[in-house]
Design a binder for this molecule. Sequence first.
Ligand code: ATP
Length: 148
Amino acid sequence: MSTIKLDIVTAEKLILSDEANFVVVPGSMGELGIFPKHAPLLSTLEVGEVRVTKAEEEYSFFISGGFIEILPGQITILANTAERAENIDEARAKEARDRAEALTTQIGEEIDIAQAEASLKRATVRLKVMQKRRASRAGGPAGTSLGS
Ligand code: ATP
């Protein structure tokens, strides 16, 4: 089975450098599935899940948007922030979600609603990515879409 090199980087660090058989990313126009012979592409990415298939294994990451560059033999994801699903801190994501939810209901205050909603989305999707991984480890359905 052919593979393509995949790097996931943020401004701060290299999150992943691996060979993959198939990669799914949260593209701006919906999920984008990438096989090794994919045509070159440069695109923006949304808050969502990156799924990596390597041999029989599938693992995933949360990213809070960014860019993807596909070149022959190489995929580079430049993410605003990225965490491997098993490294997501559930308590922190729940706190961020609750904080953001409270902010979005404080109408009339000097609240940046767009910022609160973006924070709420990050926290909600982090929790979904984490819970999906947990379910798949427990023998539940894997590979289902997260929606938006
Ligand atoms: P918070 O309000 O909890 O900081 P946030 O969505 O504002 O959440 P980001 O700006 O997306 O946080 O990320 C800041 C840094 O913290 C990044 O390095 C990111 O990978 C990490 N991070 C944020 N939330 C979590 C989490 N729940 N689990 C693990 N790492 C996290």
